[in-house]
Design a protein. Structure first.
Length: 121
């Protein structure tokens, strides 16, 4: 399990075409990808299971905890992302609820675009 950031502070200002915004790069894939939005309610859970393919979960709102294998749960919040390899056992829980974008693809390599959160753990 790897942790990344996509919050405003991890992005770069874009001014081309008279623009004024910050872009946090996430991923690029040339192959098939499944992208969905997950809505976990307060006291919700995504049960313990194996990742069918490499999976990147980006927390958009709310907060929760994730774990991999038999490891302890680790807190995750909006602006952060978690990456699981294919076959990795994992679980997500949330006391307050969270909304996340989930990207699944055999070609995911988040470290090519995103800032690691490792220094924060």
């Amino acid at each position: 399990m790897e942790f990344y950031r996509f919050d405003r502070e991890s992005g770069r200002p874009i001014t081309k075409f008279d623009s004024n915004f910050v872009m946090s790069r996430i991923i690029q894939t040339s192959g098939n990808a499944h992208i969905g939005c997950m809505h976990i309610p307060a006291n919700g859970v995504v049960g313990y299971h194996q990742a069918v393919s490499p999976q990147l979960m980006l927390i958009m709102t709310g907060a929760g905890k994730v774990r991999s294998g038999n490891d302890d749960f680790i807190e995750i919040k909006a602006g952060e992302a978690v990456f699981w390899e294919k076959g990795e056992w994992h679980e997500t829980i949330s006391k307050i609820g969270l909304t996340a974008i989930v990207i699944e693809s055999e070609e995911l390599n988040p470290s090519a675009y995103m800032t690691s959160r490792e220094s924060d753990l």
